[in-house]
Design a protein around this ligand. Structure first.
Ligand SMILES: [Zn+2]
Length: 293
């Protein structure tokens, strides 16, 4: 049996949902991607996807500057050698480029953009009888945001995603995290920066475009969410960890400028202790779960 590794990223967030129904009318129809089974949440997914353009433009412009970027490129990606890969992924997400050979086939040669599926009781029956794990069960048990199974065309969205706001409404800088002693010191600040629907969808799409290169529950190292663990990754690993991109996009979008220097103490951090120390907070916890399909 072919082994397929997937991951579910989940974040419990206390942010209140603010209706953007008024904004839905301005959304241009995008024929390239598909949204399925989302019912009354369909507009929210469209709004969140449409809102990706501003943050991605900000991130692409910042990425072009590399370590000279004031928005933390060095913290998240370490070196200017990462510029081509970071901009490539950002542009793929911006254009929703289609990929070939996604599961399920039938025609592996037709390039397909992601299909966003809201998870319910019948999701496994409809989309993944080959999945050993039930996405609905995972969404229910974990209260997660979403789930991506590496190599598949579907990005599954859990109900919990819709407890988040689509994108920051606060003025720039208001959601920015702070650095003390060359590290992010208040875990809850990272949730305040990054826990928005648009940013989470960008995270899931980074999994999609990295295919099997992205980190997950069973990768070595495991996918990481804690900000200082992300800073601690070397360049190569940073480029495989979607949270590094999510934080970078959020910082560029919010014009944040405070980020640690990954080449100065306390970095490198000792790995075993890091995971426990750097949990973001009870209000914003992210977990990854492996899938075998
Ligand atoms: Zn992830």
């Amino acid at each position: 049996m072919k082994m397929l590794w997937g991951a579910v990223a989940l974040t419990l967030a206390c942010s209140a949902w603010i209706s953007l129904s008024a904004a839905a009318g301005i959304i241009a129809q995008n024929q390239k991607y598909d949204i399925r089974d989302c019912g009354t949440f369909t507009d929210q997914v469209e709004v969140a996807l449409d809102l990706r353009k501003g943050p991605l433009d900000a991130a692409i412009n910042a990425a072009k500057l590399g370590v000279k970027s004031p928005h933390g490129f060095q913290a998240w990606f370490k070196d200017d050698a990462a510029i081509p890969k970071v901009t490539e992924i950002l542009k793929n997400i911006q254009s929703m480029r289609g990929l070939r050979r996604l599961i399920p086939y039938p025609n592996p040669w037709i390039a397909q953009p992601p299909v966003f599926v809201c998870v319910n009781e019948s999701t496994r029956q409809r989309y993944g009888t080959r999945l050993r794990r039930d996405p609905y069960e995972y969404c229910q048990q974990s209260g997660g945001f979403g789930l991506y199974l590496f190599g598949w065309k579907y990005i599954f969205l859990c109900d919990k995603l819709f407890t988040l706001r689509p994108a920051p409404l606060a003025p720039p800088l208001k959601n920015c995290p702070h650095v003390i002693g060359n590290r992010f010191t208040v875990p809850a600040e990272m949730g305040r920066l990054a826990d928005f629907q648009t940013y989470v969808l960008i995270h899931e799409m980074m999994h999609f475009y990295l295919l099997r290169d992205s980190l997950g529950w069973n990768s070595i190292p495991k996918e990481a969410y804690a900000s200082n663990v992300c800073v601690n990754f070397d360049m190569k690993t940073s480029l495989r960890n979607p949270m590094n991109l999510q934080y970078f996009v959020a910082m560029a979008d919010n014009k944040c400028t405070e980020a640690p220097n990954p080449f100065l103490p306390p970095f490198p951090l000792p790995p075993p202790k890091v995971v426990e120390e750097e949990q973001r907070s009870n209000a914003s916890v992210t977990i990854d779960v492996a899938f075998v399909a």
